[in-house]
Design a protein around this ligand. Structure first.
Ligand code: ADE
Ligand code: ZN
Length: 327
């Protein structure tokens, strides 16, 4: 039986299948052929090139209807991998250019698609509003205001993605404070391209309870112990880290060592088609690399459900689904 999975770290645009983006480009007569290789997959070099290709692909997504179709396509793929609950990063940076009225329209379309997918595939989706770091703190403030206005039972979190080498975490403190005041739960990409100090800064300066990636904490064991003691959750995306060259392969990835030292790790795909992965593949690669059995994956799914930013009623439903699969 396919194991039920809970995914906490998924960029909606980053989950767009290349054929989907090519179709949109063709409809809109946009030439973005330069971002694909000869097989039709996304083509990029390093992480910074990946960000450029990501943003070029995202330019084809220019209406709420595009996002409605994208959300349906993404959730179909997630559900096929056994995902029963997912949290996705979405941004008014890409959805409506930080205009609140436009953002509400994009959000409405995404939510409509999520409701349809829930009825169709039994997968539940929630949103984490996520400014793009290299667009700068002023734009992040506008994003935070959009997030605060739409915070509730569906927009449940606030994050920060993009080029981790740009700016300090504390440059975004205003936005994180505004999001927290609006009742949003907080996460931040750190410890992916930045070292352990970026994880420390995110905890201290932004007050996050989850870290996107966070894997480079392993370079400072005192920090690893602090993360474990504070119960901070790492949204680990091993296939993403390997594809982007952070680690040579799954066996060299620190997820196993972090877990052994008591850190609450979860497993996600980040931007699955970019990294030729799915949640099912992540599980398979981890099982092969570390001899993890179903018991480990069951624990990880329950850790993820407990760390989800959704309301308690939704959490109970996910946990019940996981229990039922165990029985
Ligand atoms: N945006 C999409 N994927 C990302 C990643 N892995 N790190 C930072 N920003 C991202
Ligand atoms: Zn990410």
């Amino acid at each position: 039986m396919i194991l039920p999975k809970v995914e906490l770290h998924l960029h909606l645009e980053g989950a767009a299948p290349p054929a989907f983006i090519r179709g949109l480009a063709a409809e809109k007569k946009m030439d973005i052929s330069g971002i694909f290789d000869e097989r039709g997959d996304y083509a990029y070099g390093d992480f910074w090139d990946f960000l450029k290709v990501y943003e070029a692909a995202t330019e084809t997504l220019s209406t709420p209807e595009d996002y409605r179709r994208l959300t349906l396509a993404v959730l179909e793929e997630s559900a096929a991998s056994g995902v029963i609950y997912s949290e996705t990063f979405i941004s008014p940076d890409f959805c409506g250019g930080r205009d609140l009225g436009a953002w509400r329209e994009y959000l409405h379309a995404i939510r409509e698609a999520a409701e349809l997918a829930e009825r169709r595939d039994g997968i539940t989706l929630r949103g984490i509003v996520t400014p793009i770091r290299h667009f700068g703190p002023e734009k992040a403030k506008e994003v935070a205001l959009c997030a605060a206005e739409t915070a509730g039972d569906w927009i449940v979190g606030f994050g920060l993605a993009g080029d981790e080498k740009t700016l300090k975490n504390k440059d975004f403190a205003w936005s994180f404070d505004a999001a927290r005041e609006a009742g949003l739960r907080l996460t931040c990409h750190a410890g992916e391209w930045g070292g352990p100090e970026s994880v420390r800064d995110a905890i201290r300066d932004l007050g996050v309870e989850r870290i996107g990636h966070g894997v480079r904490a392993i370079e400072d064991l005192a920090l690893v112990d602090e993360i474990a003691e504070k119960g901070i959750i790492l949204e680990v995306c091993p296939g993403s880290n390997v594809a982007l060259g952070l680690y040579a392969d799954f066996r060299a990835h620190p997820i196993h060592a972090l877990r052994e030292r008591g850190v609450k790790v979860t497993v996600s795909t980040d931007d699955p088609p970019f990294f030729h992965t799915t949640m099912a593949r992540e599980y398979q690669m981890l099982a092969d690399a570390f001899e993890w059995d179903d018991g480990v994956f069951d624990e990880i799914a329950r850790t993820s459900a407990k760390a989800a930013f959704c309301d308690e009623g939704t959490r109970d439903k996910i946990l019940k689904k996981l229990e039922k699969a165990d029985a």
